[in-house]
Design a protein. Structure first.
Length: 316
């Protein structure tokens, strides 16, 4: 499906890669299409692509003229690093806000935190990214500029292509600090939506659990509100929350196109954007497959965690 949908995108790749003069030369256009196999029927292109895919070959990018797999190895660590920090921030604040809201429902704290969660879910990520850059970078100067690191700084040697890990391994503490500063704001923007979802899901699950008989028994024993929520209700209410966390992480890996583009973050989001603009079929298909595989793996991990967290669930 990914292969066919990519091929159905309007436009022709030669329009993006050949000059106006070469486009008027039929031999040059024919040579370009023959070079990339675009002159063959679609079903032949598909079977060739699948044959290469079985061998781990995702094709060669029209734009970079490099194997797509090599491009993904270069760009994917930046996205994973950004998504991990974003999901950590979203999970921490989402669980915290959900617990506080459920502990004191319909109070000022509850209404305030629900407002924050609704705002996080409602604000488009690209608008929030532009707002953050304007206010904290351009106007106040509290934030460093776009990119993974400053324009005049030299990153640590690429061992894993994760700037934080490479900086720690090579004890480049100045680069580590600068990487974290550049990482903070795009991670906050990217995690705002997932944080809102986690807060709302956690609150509703906790309120449902709080109506159970065992919670009334715990209250009758004299336990305080916070102790009842954290020690008794939270474990049973965590199953829907972990589902949202897992799917949110998959969404962060695949849905960071606009945020990465605005923050000039060299991840697969920016790679996908540039590939889509230039009709780079192999790159678009490769990115789509990587995102699909991520979702499958994340869903499998979530299903396994269900049985670990909830003793009532057992897999045989």
């Amino acid at each position: 499906m990914v292969f066919i949908l990519t091929q159905l995108v309007p436009g022709k790749p030669e329009l993006a890669y050949l000059s106006q003069r070469n486009l008027s030369d039929k031999e040059v256009v024919a040579a370009f299409r023959a070079r990339w196999g675009l002159d063959q029927p679609l079903y032949i292109q598909y079977f060739k692509y699948m044959g290469n895919l079985v061998r781990g070959d995702l094709g060669t990018s029209f734009r970079t003229n490099r194997p797509v797999l090599e491009d993904l190895k270069q760009y994917l660590p930046a996205t994973i690093e950004l998504a991990l920090v974003a999901i950590i921030i979203a999970t921490f604040f989402g669980i915290l806000f959900g617990v506080l809201s459920a502990t004191w429902p319909n109070s000022f704290i509850d209404h305030f935190l629900r407002t924050i969660s609704v705002t996080g879910v409602s604000i488009p990520s690209f608008w929030l990214a532009l707002l953050v850059l304007y206010v904290f970078y351009f106007h106040l100067g509290w934030s460093p500029g776009p990119g993974r690191i400053g324009a005049w700084s030299t990153p640590a040697d690429p061992i894993t292509n994760f700037y934080i890990i490479d900086s720690i391994i090579q004890k480049r503490w100045d680069i580590l600090k600068e990487s974290l500063q550049h990482l903070l704001w795009p991670a906050l923007v990217l995690g705002a939506f997932t944080m809102g979802l986690i807060t709302r899901t956690n609150r509703s699950s906790l309120l449902e659990a709080m109506s159970m008989d065992y919670i009334r028994t715990a209250r009758a024993k004299g336990l305080g509100k916070l102790a009842v929520v954290t020690r008794h209700a939270f474990g049973n209410a965590f199953i829907p929350v972990i589902t949202v966390i897992g799917l949110g992480f998959g969404n962060l890996l695949g849905g960071a196109v606009l945020v990465e583009t605005i923050f000039s973050w060299p991840g697969i989001g920016m790679y996908a954007y540039r590939s889509a603009v230039s009709l780079d079929y192999p790159a678009i298909t490769g990115v789509s497959l990587i995102i699909a595989v991520n979702y499958v793996i994340i869903n499998l991990i979530i299903d396994i965690l269900y049985g670990i967290i909830d003793p009532r669930i057992r897999y045989q």
